[in-house]
Design a protein around this ligand. Structure first.
Ligand code: URA
Length: 229
C-alpha cells in the first residue's frame, strides 16, 4: 500500500495531510526517509517523528443518518458531522453523501479502494430512497421518472419507481449525482419535502434508530466486495 494510505489508515492524518508529513521528512520506512511514491509492504517498519506506527484495522460502519448532520469529516461552519456521530476508533469517512436535511443509510469506512469503487458511477451501486413530495404525482410523473428526466447535467438513467402513498414515492437509482432525487422530483413538478434513504448497496437500516450505527458483519463486507471487485 502507498505510504500516504498507510499513514491515513494508522489514523495520523488524511491522505493529503500524510503527503505533507512525508514531504516534511517526518516519516521513515525501515529507517530510510519515506517518499511520496514509497510502497509499504507487510513487515515494514514505519515511523512518524521516530515513533513506530501500526495500521488500524479496516472498519465498515452503517449509520442511520439523522437530519441536521452534515456528510463530511469536518465542517467549516462547526455543524455536527456524521463522523462525530459515529465516534469510531478508526478514521472512517463517509462513502458518497446525503444532504444535511436527508436521513437514512450511510456507509462509513477507512477502506479507501472499496469506498472509491462504491462511490464510482461505473459500479452502479443501488440506492433506494423514500421521498415525501408536494402534490400527488400521477402516472405521467412516474413514467418520466422511470424513463429518465432531463436535468441540467444530462438525462437520468432509468429508475425504479413505486408509489408508497398519494404523496410518497420509492425511487431506486444506480446513479449518485448531487441532489439527484430532489432535482428529479422538482423536474416532474413534485418538490421533495422529506427524503430518506432506506437502502444502500443492499444494506437496510433494520433495528437502527436515527443517529445509531453498527459495524457491518463479515458476510456483509464480503457482499459489498462482490458488488464492485
Ligand atoms: N438525492 C438528493 O437529492 N439528496 C440526497 O441526500 C440524496 C440523493
Amino acid at each position: 500500500m502507498r505510504l500516504n494510505a498507510y499513514l491515513a489508515r494508522a489514523g495520523v492524518a488524511s491522505r493529503r495531510g500524510a503527503d505533507e508529513l512525508i514531504k516534511a521528512g517526518r516519516v521513515r520506512v525501515n529507517s530510510e526517509p519515506g517518499a511520496l511514491n514509497t510502497f509499504v509492504e507487510p513487515g515494514d517498519r514505519v515511523e512518524l517523528d521516530g515513533r513506530e506506527l501500526a495500521p488500524q484495522r479496516l472498519a465498515y460502519v452503517l449509520l442511520h443518518k439523522p437530519a441536521g448532520v452534515v456528510t463530511t469529516a469536518r465542517d467549516p461552519h462547526g455543524r455536527p458531522t456524521v463522523v462525530d456521530l459515529v465516534r469510531h476508533e478508526s478514521r472512517v469517512v463517509p462513502v458518497g453523501r446525503l444532504d444535511a436535511d436527508s436521513t437514512g443509510a450511510l456507509l462509513l469506512t477507512n477502506d479507501g479502494p472499496l469506498a472509491h469503487r462504491l462511490a464510482h458511477p461505473r459500479y452502479e451501486v443501488e440506492k433506494v430512497y423514500e421521498a415525501e413530495v408536494e402534490g400527488e404525482p400521477g402516472g405521467e410523473a412516474l413514467r418520466r421518472l422511470r424513463e429518465g428526466v432531463e436535468l441540467d447535467d444530462g438525462r437520468t438513467a432509468p429508475a425504479g419507481v413505486r408509489r408508497l402513498g398519494p404523496s410518497s414515492l420509492e425511487l431506486s437509482l444506480h446513479e449518485g449525482r448531487k441532489h439527484q432525487v430532489k432535482r428529479m422530483l422538482e423536474a416532474v413538478g413534485h418538490p421533495v419535502r422529506r427524503l430518506h434513504r432506506s437502502r444502500y448497496a443492499g444494506l437496510a437500516l433494520e433495528g437502527l434508530g436515527p443517529g445509531e450505527s453498527r459495524e457491518l458483519t463479515g458476510p456483509e463486507v464480503e457482499a459489498l466486495r462482490r458488488l464492485v471487485f
